[in-house]
Design a protein around this ligand. Sequence first.
Ligand code: FES
Length: 181
Amino acid sequence: MGLFRLTCYAYRKDYHRHIFSHPMACRADVRHENTKRKYNGGETRFFRVENVHRYFMYASWPIIPFFFYDVYVSITYKGFAELSLGSIILLINAIFVTLYTFSCHSLRHVTAGGGAECFGCVFNQSQPRSSARWGGFFRFQSALNRHHEALAWTSLSLLIFVDLYIRALGVHMFPNIILIH
Ligand code: FES
């Protein structure tokens, strides 16, 4: 999951622009602004790992059910069902991780059939139908994909918050609020 996030296009845009200042923007004349460094796409040396983002996406899929399993355990760990604020927070986190993962740009290519040169053509069905292998899911995923950057940052913030929240509960900094007993 860490490498999946590290190579995500949404974060890449931000760390290349705001941390490395390279490139500053997409426009060709701005890319070289204030720097003598030739822009080479960013995917060299260590950053070659960014090219395998799609495979990190595949590897992240089997991890998603564990987020929902955590929700289940948080509800049943006492031997009976009990809904707490912590369980709700874990559920929201699991949903956002799922939305973030399935809004991935790489998944668009998979759901479009992999051979499509033009996603808009798949929408307009001007390409052979076989190119939109998962037609309905492609449309759903494309709608989700429009919010990928927002989902990326919301989901990352939630992950950090949930981790701190669970740790705080673990050291009894505050009680877990029971909502339904
Ligand atoms: Fe962000 Fe794939 S592009 S997760």
